[in-house]
Unconditional design. Structure first.
Length: 105
């Protein structure tokens, strides 16, 4: 089974055709096709191609939805000083369904 390692949003993901992944927010509404151009490695059985990135390689994906991650709470505290702060955030994510992996030449 062929798979690729792509880089998006400062993270690397191992993807194969038909996979669904959550990545940092990308532009595009649900149903739109996008191309991810930073393919670091492609493997198909014994044939392995790698580069930084591979020139001409593309991974196509369909945007499934734009969503938010679970809430993350950070609590700051200093003992005996009466200091405490609560801050939190929810990361914005894009859910992608991988539709194809294409090597350049």
């Amino acid at each position: 089974m062929a798979f690729a390692i792509i880089k998006t949003g400062g993270r690397q993901f191992r993807v194969a055709e038909g996979d669904t992944i959550d990545v940092d927010l990308l532009e595009g509404e649900a149903g739109k096709e996008i191309e991810l151009g930073e393919v670091l490695m492609h493997a198909d059985g014994d044939k392995v191609v790698h580069g930084a990135p591979i020139s001409g390689a593309r991974v196509t994906a369909q945007v499934v939805e734009q969503r938010k991650d679970k809430k993350v709470i950070a609590y700051k505290f200093k003992r005996r000083k009466g200091y405490h702060r609560t801050v939190g955030h929810r990361r914005k994510l894009t859910r992608l369904k991988i539709t194809g992996i294409r090597l350049g030449e």
